[in-house]
Design a protein around this ligand. Sequence first.
Ligand SMILES: CC(C)(COP(=O)(O)OP(=O)(O)OC[C@H]1O[C@@H](n2cnc3c(N)ncnc32)[C@H](O)[C@@H]1OP(=O)(O)O)[C@@H](O)C(=O)NCCC(=O)NCCS
Length: 287
Amino acid sequence: MRLDLTAIEVDTLDDPDDPSLLEATDLLASSVPETCLGLVAYHASGYGSFLAAALTPPADARTLILRAVRGPDGLRAVADWRLLPGHLLLNGIAVREDERGRGLGTRLLNDGHDLAVRLGCRALLLDVSLDNPVAHGLYRRHGFTELTHSSWREVVGVRASTPAPVRLVNWPAFAAHHTAYGFGDLTVRTALGAEIDLRVVGTAIRVPAAPDTAALAAAIGPLVGIDRCFSAATRADGHPADAGPELARFVRMRCELASTDTPEVGVMSTQTPLIGKDDETLRRSAR
Ligand SMILES: CC(C)(COP(=O)(O)OP(=O)(O)OC[C@H]1O[C@@H](n2cnc3c(N)ncnc32)[C@H](O)[C@@H]1OP(=O)(O)O)[C@@H](O)C(=O)NCCC(=O)NCCS
């Protein structure tokens, strides 16, 4: 049965010590295609701690905004928003299985729309799996249009590859983040001087589409203890020569907002309510 949407209250998860953060983590982990199990930050061992750390600074200084519908027996739904320059990005949204189809997803999307307007954003952004017709349809009906398509593929032949010579640009920060939260972003510099950003989740590594991703993975793998490598490519990039079976396809969608001149300040506090990856990588890739 569909609920009266106007009667559903949406709260900001604002307190780093709120036990609901772990429920939010579990819900968000379920929003990712099954074929990507263990490959995204939501599945990292320390993602709950990451969320708590992201909520530690003052509300109006944060870029991570968790909005949720609470119920008597825990969270019913959660949306993980990221405030990018001029845009509000839906990093993840999930409704508890027994609550789906009742309007909670629509409610959280409307809430994000209002939030983005109040923050003076130009547009909403999100990435959705092409194998998720319910979510895709919901976004289309909400005014989102397609921008780019991307594809994740296993990288094959890593063990047989000669490691590419690379320099580790941000190793201390990466290693500390990976140890603390179970995931991290590593920047490496190739022999030609190009800097490449890699996402490591547990023992899996995501590399951008490049001619020889296997050689890159062969260089990084032993340093980080990697046992799995996959590449993320938009259609324009094409697939690297060593790309194997497809894991998932995503589409980035955008919803334009009516222009606002005066962004509201302090909108992220509990009183004035306001969805890994994480912000930096999201600017560059699907998920
Ligand atoms: C996708 C999701 C967030 C939508 O939330 P929801 O509360 O179930 O959706 P709503 O009840 O608001 O319904 C939204 C629309 O989808 C339709 N819909 C919902 N469930 C459906 C189903 N099982 N089959 C077909 N259509 C369905 C509704 O009819 C509604 O259509 P309308 O916009 O024309 O009214 C939720 O189903 C979910 O958490 N899924 C698992 C995680 C996920 O896929 N997250 C999205 C990742 S991008």
